[in-house]
Write a protein that binds this ligand. Structure first.
Ligand code: 13P
Ligand code: SF4
Length: 310
């Protein structure tokens, strides 16, 4: 769609301002793979939760602007306490992370005192602090296998827990959380798109429902999808995750074709960050994400254990 010249000028001015402020503040811009195209385009680093945590842990910038959702910025604040961590939109949260709270996790721990708690990074700092080790979608199987326990409380994503349980004999007690975006991917719809594009491989995120995982050709984190597509001999792919991933898939693989299971697979929270909010974040140094020191120290142990494993 043709943009009005005024709008083009406005966007150009915002981009210039972001570039200037980024330098002035010695800031690094991290963006999750589900962010809007224009945010991914100007980010210093795009990645999945694991990749972004690693970047946050090693950056020498003074300011980390986290274009993603709250738990991601919080992980950066836990790993880099001396840096200023900004989340451009204060309300950008993850509904799955909000499905669990400390009293409920404590109750589960009381019911299963011999279990180790493995917590998906899509969770608050307080939940991480109550856990033994964290995981992301990229390393969940590896983390669970690495744990020296027969019984695991896995929180908050039930579907990721069920996915992991396919690869281990350990008893997994799954918390009942889920991603409201990924459960919109239905197996029937996948089968329909497969019938339309019989040569296409179906790649799914492990937050998808079990019957969707059953029919996937490959299951991986968002960054795993870039690797898979790049190295695959196939030329067509059905993508079983949030639509933001298409930006880089198309850019990096112009000769390959991508089909979404449905155009409605969108995470509204991930899409809240716009160039305006990013510019304002750098302009006013907001919204600062901080974690109380006692919680931060405990949560960092769970994140560090995960980073050691991966
Ligand atoms: P990744 O770690 O695979 O990027 O997933 C994060 C997420 O929130 C998926 O919904
Ligand atoms: Fe949370 Fe799902 Fe959005 Fe990921 S896609 S941030 S799990 S709501």
């Amino acid at each position: 769609m043709q943009q009005h010249p005024d709008y083009q000028r406005y966007i150009g001015a915002l981009k210039d301002e972001i570039a200037a402020l980024r330098k002035e503040r010695n800031a690094v811009i991290l963006a999750h793979n589900y962010q809007r195209d224009e945010i991914q385009e100007l980010a210093d680093f795009c990645g999945d939760s694991l990749g972004l945590s690693k970047q946050a842990a090693k950056t020498d910038a003074d300011v980390i602007v986290f274009c993603g959702v709250h738990f991601m910025a919080e992980s950066a604040a836990i790993l880099s306490p001396r840096k200023t961590v900004l989340l451009p939109v204060e309300e950008a949260g993850c509904p799955m992370a909000d499905m669990i709270d400390v009293p409920r996790l404590r109750e589960l721990k009381q019911q299963h005192p011999d279990a180790t708690v493995v917590t998906y990074v899509n969770s608050s700092a307080a939940i991480k602090a109550e856990s033994d080790v964290c995981c992301t979608s990229a390393n969940a199987v590896k983390v669970v296998k690495s744990v020296d326990a027969k019984k695991i409380i896995f929180t908050p994503d039930k579907n990721l827990a069920l996915y992991v349980s396919r690869f281990t004999d350990k008893e997994i007690i799954a918390y009942e959380g889920f991603c409201p975006t990924h459960i919109l991917i239905h197996a029937d719809a996948v089968k329909r798109v497969k019938a339309e594009h019989p040569k296409a491989l179906f790649v799914a995120h492990p937050e998808c429902l079990p019957d969707v995982i059953d029919i996937a050709d490959y299951v991986c984190s968002t960054s795993g999808m870039y690797e898979f597509v790049k190295n695959s001999d196939a030329s067509e792919f059905i993508i079983g995750t949030e639509s933001g991933i298409l930006y880089r898939l198309r850019k990096e693989n112009p000769q390959k074709k991508f089909y979404l299971v449905s155009k409605h697979i969108i995470c509204p929270n991930m899409k809240m960050t716009t160039l305006d909010w990013l510019a304002q974040s750098l302009r006013y140094m907001r919204f600062k994400v901080e974690v109380p020191e006692d919680i931060r120290v405990k949560a960092k142990k769970s994140l560090d254990r995960m980073l050691e494993v991966s």
